[in-house]
Design a protein. Structure first.
Length: 304
């Protein structure tokens, strides 16, 4: 039986800053949904397979019991693909690298990448630090002087931001973004605008871990979204395909391909795909996509 394509239904995650833009992707949820975890194996936040041989199973179950479909990848499921709907400014935060995360939390670190799907005119977001001296950053935090070191950059639809672990960052109000990241939920908040959670308490901050994690000698650039390879890192790769009629998607060097349709409609393996459809192309599978669609494809290359 063919197992070339695994279609997935997302897990919807409540966030205090969430909005309702996910309905643009065909998902009718609460107006305060902040994230749709499109391809996820996080505990209690898993994607579910729809259609086909594995219909109804959690992605982790399919991954653990069918290693050949994932190139016999050695280790836990490494990636997470999501859509983020920021109806308010997200917390200023930083993620640890693998060494710090494993040593202190027994988890993967978190490097991520954003592809901006939509944003208001004249949008900006936090991307890195203007100040390179960690002691000065600590002083600014103690004095609540965020503008002294936070680096704001302009944002427009189609921009791509690679966010290595250790980078200070924050998505701002009105931005809708695709994100691919390491499969980790480790986030250290530096500042969260004194927001109150549902339980009436302020959201927890993680200043001590943040200061141990921040990497200030980063060389960050904003990339223009284009077809072909956009992000080429040792953590993951990201491609974009714009298909007008039909195209074969095949990458023999990838363990598997994580695909999200961001525009248009088409057909894959006899099934309709449209804006918001998430699917995995399994290892060494050759797939024809027919239609007028734009697809983001994340993956890890097999070094062999």
């Amino acid at each position: 039986m063919e197992k070339k394509v695994i279609f997935l239904h997302p897990y919807f995650d409540y966030k205090i800053w969430g909005g309702n833009k996910l309905k643009e992707f065909g998902y009718l949820g609460s107006e305060i949904i902040g994230e749709a975890l499109m391809i996820s194996t996080l505990n209690d936040k898993e994607s579910t397979v729809i259609f086909g041989f594995f219909d109804g199973k959690k992605l982790s179950n399919v991954f653990e019991n069918n290693k050949e479909l994932f190139g016999n990848f050695n280790g836990p499921y490494p990636l997470l693909t999501k859509i983020i709907d920021a109806n308010d400014d997200l917390s200023v935060q930083v993620h640890p690298d693998n060494d710090y995360a494993m040593k202190n939390f027994g988890k993967l670190g978190k490097t991520e990448c954003w592809y901006i799907l939509d944003c208001p005119p004249n949008s900006k977001l936090v991307y890195g630090s203007k100040e390179k001296d960690i002691n000065k950053i600590k002083k600014y935090i103690d004095n609540n002087e965020w503008d002294k070191f936070l680096n704001y950059v302009d944002v427009k639809k189609g921009d791509v931001f690679y966010v290595p672990s250790g980078t200070i960052h924050a998505i701002t109000k009105g931005i809708l973004t695709y994100e691919i990241q390491q499969s980790s939920d480790l986030t250290f908040r530096l500042f969260d605008y004194n927001r109150i959670e549902k339980d009436g308490n302020k959201r927890e901050l993680h200043i001590k871990d943040s200061l141990k994690t921040i990497k200030v000698n980063d060389n960050l650039i904003v990339i223009n979204g284009h077809d072909g390879l956009i992000i080429d890192s040792d953590i993951f790769k990201l491609d974009r395909y714009t298909i007008r009629d039909k195209k074969i998607i095949f990458n023999p060097n990838a363990y598997w391909l994580e695909c999200l349709v961001i525009e248009g409609e088409g057909i894959v393996e006899g099934r309709l795909i449209k804006k918001g459809t998430a699917f995995i192309i399994t290892h060494n599978s050759k797939i024809e996509i027919i239609g007028n669609v734009q697809v983001l494809v994340g993956y890890i290359e097999n070094p062999l």
